[in-house]
Design a protein around this ligand. Structure first.
Ligand SMILES: NC(=O)c1ccc[n+]([C@@H]2O[C@H](COP(=O)([O-])OP(=O)(O)OC[C@H]3O[C@@H](n4cnc5c(N)ncnc54)[C@H](OP(=O)(O)O)[C@@H]3O)[C@@H](O)[C@H]2O)c1
Length: 198
C-alpha cells in the first residue's frame, strides 16, 4: 500500500489554516484535492474532520484521529476513530488500500516525523502564492513537515500552476514507489494546469 500526503500551504510561512479555516479559497486546488482522494481511505485529525462540509468527503473512507473515546462520527459505516499512533500502525499492517493524509498540521507532523512505517511515500506539495484572508484565530503552519519534505524527499514532477497555486509531486529518497497512484495523481494535476520544471 502507498501512503500519500497532500496539503496546500502558503508560500514563505507554510501557513495551512487560521483557527478552523483555510484562509484562501482556490476552486481548482480544492478540486484537485477531491479528485486525488476520490474513493480512497483518508486519515485526518478531529479538527480537520470537523472542517469538512457535513464532516464527510463523499465516497471516501475516513479515519479520524481523536483522544475522545465517545467521539460521534457523521457516518459510522464509512468513518472510524483511531486514538493512537499504535492504532495507526496496527491498521497499516492490515490495510491493503492506499492511505491519503489530509491534515491538519498535527497529523502531517505525526506521519512526516513519526515512525518510519508511517512516512508518506508520496507528498503532493501545493503552494499558494496569494494573500491569505485576515481571519481571527490561531495561525497553523506545517514548517516541521516542510523541513522533512526538503530533507528526505525529492521532487519528481514539474510545478503545475493554476490560479496562484504551484503544485509538485515529491517521493521519499531511496524508497520504492508504486507507479499506479503516482501516475493517477500526476494525471489529475496535469489536466488543467501549466507545467514548468522551475
Ligand atoms: N491547507 C491545507 O491543506 C489544510 C489541510 C487540512 C487542514 N487544514 C487546516 O488545519 C487546521 C487544523 O489543523 P490542526 O493541526 O489544528 O488540527 P488537526 O490535525 O486537524 O486535528 C488535531 C486533533 O487531532 C487529534 N489528534 C492529533 N494527534 C493525535 C494523536 N497522536 N492521537 C490521537 N488524536 C490525535 C486531536 O483530537 P482531540 O482534540 O479530539 O483529541 C487533536 O486535537 C484547520 O485550520 C484546517 O482548516 C488545512
Amino acid at each position: 500500500m502507498t501512503i500519500v500526503a497532500m496539503w496546500c500551504r502558503h508560500e514563505n510561512d507554510n501557513l495551512i489554516g487560521i483557527g478552523k479555516r483555510i484562509p484562501w479559497s482556490v476552486a481548482s486546488d480544492s478540486r484537485h484535492f477531491l479528485q486525488v482522494v476520490a474513493g480512497q481511505t483518508v486519515v485526518c485529525g478531529r479538527k480537520t474532520y470537523e472542517s469538512f462540509p457535513g464532516r464527510t468527503i463523499d465516497g471516501c473512507f475516513i479515519w479520524v484521529l481523536t483522544a475522545d473515546e465517545n467521539y460521534e462520527l457523521s457516518d459510522v459505516a464509512r468513518h472510524s476513530i483511531i486514538h493512537t499512533q499504535r492504532d495507526i500502525a496496527a491498521l497499516l499492517d492490515k490495510e491493503e488500500r492506499d492511505l491519503y493524509i489530509a491534515g491538519g498540521a498535527q497529523i502531517y507532523k505525526l506521519f512526516m516525523s513519526g515512525k518510519e512505517k508511517l512516512k508518506p511515500h508520496i507528498v503532493v506539495d501545493c503552494v499558494y502564492g496569494g494573500e491569505p484572508e485576515k481571519l481571527d484565530g490561531e495561525k497553523i503552519d506545517i514548517t516541521d513537515s516542510v523541513d522533512v519534505l526538503k530533507r528526505e524527499y525529492i521532487r519528481i514532477s514539474p510545478f503545475y500552476e493554476a490560479d496562484g497555486v504551484r503544485s509538485a509531486v515529491w517521493v521519499r529518497r531511496g524508497e520504492f514507489v508504486e507507479q499506479a497512484p503516482l501516475k493517477r495523481i500526476v494525471a489529475i494535476l496535469e489536466s488543467d494546469t501549466t507545467a514548468d520544471w522551475g
